[in-house]
Design a protein around this ligand. Sequence first.
Ligand SMILES: NC(=O)c1ccc[n+]([C@@H]2O[C@H](COP(=O)([O-])OP(=O)(O)OC[C@H]3O[C@@H](n4cnc5c(N)ncnc54)[C@H](O)[C@@H]3O)[C@@H](O)[C@H]2O)c1
Length: 371
Amino acid sequence: MSKDTVNVAIVGLGFGAEFIPIYQKHPHANMYAISRRNEAELAKVGDHFGIDQRYTKYEDVLADPDVDFVHINSPIPDHAWMSLEALKAGKHVMCTVPMATTIEDCEKICQTVEETGLKYMMAETVVYSREFLFIKDLYEKGELGKIQYMQASHPQDMDGWPEYWERMIPMHYATHVVSPVLGLMDSRAEYVSCLGSGAVRDDIRQKSGNPFAVESCHIKIADSDVGAHIWRFLYDTARQYRESFDVYGTKKTFEWSLVEGEPHVLHTAKKPENEIAERIEVPDFAHLLPEEIREFTQTIQDAEHLSFIQGAGHGGSHPHLVNEFVSSIVEDRDPWPNAVQSANWTCVGICAHESAEKGGEIVRLPEFTLK
Ligand SMILES: NC(=O)c1ccc[n+]([C@@H]2O[C@H](COP(=O)([O-])OP(=O)(O)OC[C@H]3O[C@@H](n4cnc5c(N)ncnc54)[C@H](O)[C@@H]3O)[C@@H](O)[C@H]2O)c1
């Protein structure tokens, strides 16, 4: 039987700490436990937010019978094994992006979710950002018309970020661009073709095994005539951070601003040429949330954290993520995205890099992600 209030343990307290005050105010969540390896830093966060249940060891989080779900915000190489261990220990899992960095790990997580009946959600910020919610609203109301094409970009210079990023491959962290182009029409990717372009400096190439500066990928969307283009870089290319999403419809088109903080543009077909493009203010979607957590679409706890200096508050998505996962447990339904959708979104990037290594050859998404 599902409970009315669920106990969360947050694991990883860099970006993860952002979610603490949201859980504390959510009407169906109890901000029960926190975990990170560094005891002094753990105590600092626990004292600041008044949380008594603290763990430096992940196995102790999982051994605690009062933990209903873990919200994982550890470094990327830890996402897959931590998710699997949690599911095996009977805990629901919300995990920050990406789900994993191998197809095998994505499949194991999907299998374990199916076997246990537990819930898994990849906490993809982009599909709960106010821009995405605005575009989705326009789409569902028919205002965009038929979708003809989508594109998304995520250039980000990772010099100065934790060292594990130097070992990352651009397309292995692609969910911020894959998720909007697949999420808008709730579709799956069928196959991809990706070109690697340019070159990263030697030390980055050696650490990551990836020679390319930019990876640029076309996605064939399953059961649809729509194609999408996404691109990514992590190092050695000059550009301000941007997580953009453009949607081209028969009636209206949304284009992301070129410079962070400037207005986005809505184009309307068949108007006089100088009236087609209109700079717009994207509305907030806090009204979709329980009243207690609506304020969090506009707030950031740790404005100094690099992911907010480059990240701009992730479009007010954090309370929506919390609400979606908590509601899915309380209402005993699948979260969005569920495990298989999360796997399809994550595997696009993994398949894209494989394609880039083969000079742009078509790589098909694994069957288990198309279910
Ligand atoms: N927009 C987004 O979706 C978004 C934005 C920022 C970060 N993230 C993701 O969040 C994750 C964390 O990012 P960050 O910038 O906070 O990284 P970080 O390296 O600053 O912090 C990682 C945290 O995890 C903790 N940790 C590591 N191993 C642990 C273990 N075994 N048990 C418990 N805690 C452990 C560390 O102590 C630290 O608190 C990354 O995977 C990143 O991709 C996503």
